[in-house]
Design a protein around this ligand. Sequence first.
Ligand code: ZN
Length: 424
Amino acid sequence: MEPVDADLIIINASELVTLSGENIPRIGSQMQNLCIIKNGAIACYKDTIVAVGTTDELLELVNIQGMTIDAKNNVVMPGFVDPHTHLVFAGSRENEFAMKLQGKTYLEILEAGGGILSTVRATRDATIEELTAQSKIRLNSMLLHGTTTAEAKSGYGLTVFDEIKMLEAISLLDKEHPIDLIPTFLGAHAVPPEYDGKTDEYVDLIVDEMLPELTQKQLAEFCDVFAEEGIFSIEQSRRIFIQAKKLGLKIHIHADEIVCLGGAELAAELGAHAAGHLLQASETGMDALANQKVIAALFPSTPFFLMLSNYANAREMIQRGIPVALATDLNPNAWIESIQVILTLACVQMRMTPAEAITAATINAAYSIDRAKQIGSLDVGKKADIQILDAPNHEYIPYHFGSNLVQTVIKHGKLVVLDQQLLI
Ligand code: ZN
């Protein structure tokens, strides 16, 4: 083989978890196959992966003109992809957490003017500088925990001005921070108080004003709707999505979380990239997702914080051939930046295997945000987004709960975390 020039090489990975495979979302037993290279190595040039193999093969093949990192028999894998976050918000809601512990439900807290509407008030009151500053602290934490790409939604502004402000904050953070952000418009996250009882009029505002303005400014790639009983109906959601598609946006949906409304079916009908939550998805909804290969994005942090005993039925979804992704769903109601914690919750509460959970938080997550050509696996030609964890094998990652195992993170070929310290 021709020698390959590289400016960074990582050697001596106990397991190089490549997640290499066919160019389709992983389903069924494919989710179990991480395509591991034992005693692996990986080489990069500039921002791109140029060689993958065993340490012996790469030391022979690669002409190294830069840094060599010794993984010291630890796991080396792609950076985590977090495909569903509400990263940008102002304030915090620990008081509500205490209320939930006393038995108040999400909808009761919402009806008492708390919940999402208190975050809406705080986010409207915040300047764009305040929003980016608060969100950047969360992004730093995400990077330290191994996340190298994340989706980020608007949805706490709920006016034309404040939704645009949130999307502009996402755009600024994307430029400033090593984590790549995929922007999603979620104007239909809740009905703002000034439209109380006039949901159809608020949907008009989304369709006639918000969507045209933000797409003209190129501030979003996806459109999302919180389709839920008492919030946005399937018919209202469809109206928003049809306009969003007309304007060139791709589709995500919050579906069938609290009641079974038919969100999964709508996701399949519209060719959504992902349907999120799905705790109450029906048999027909799951069949529709499987047939259309819509990714089921599951967030075990949400039932965990709501103290529910039922989680999304990941085992059945995998058995039915639905590609499953995992995300933090980071938001002020379930504040979590670490995908590692999500992996453990997915294993313990949804009975996913460690390998399935890792697939769901890397390559399948990348598919759900339409980035699988660039990231999500360690393949030659993809972006060099790589992490080294203090773990002898991949099963150890969800097993060792609550500590941050990520030691080193490389984003686009640059070292951004070393010995658990940010280098940015
Ligand atoms: Zn969400």
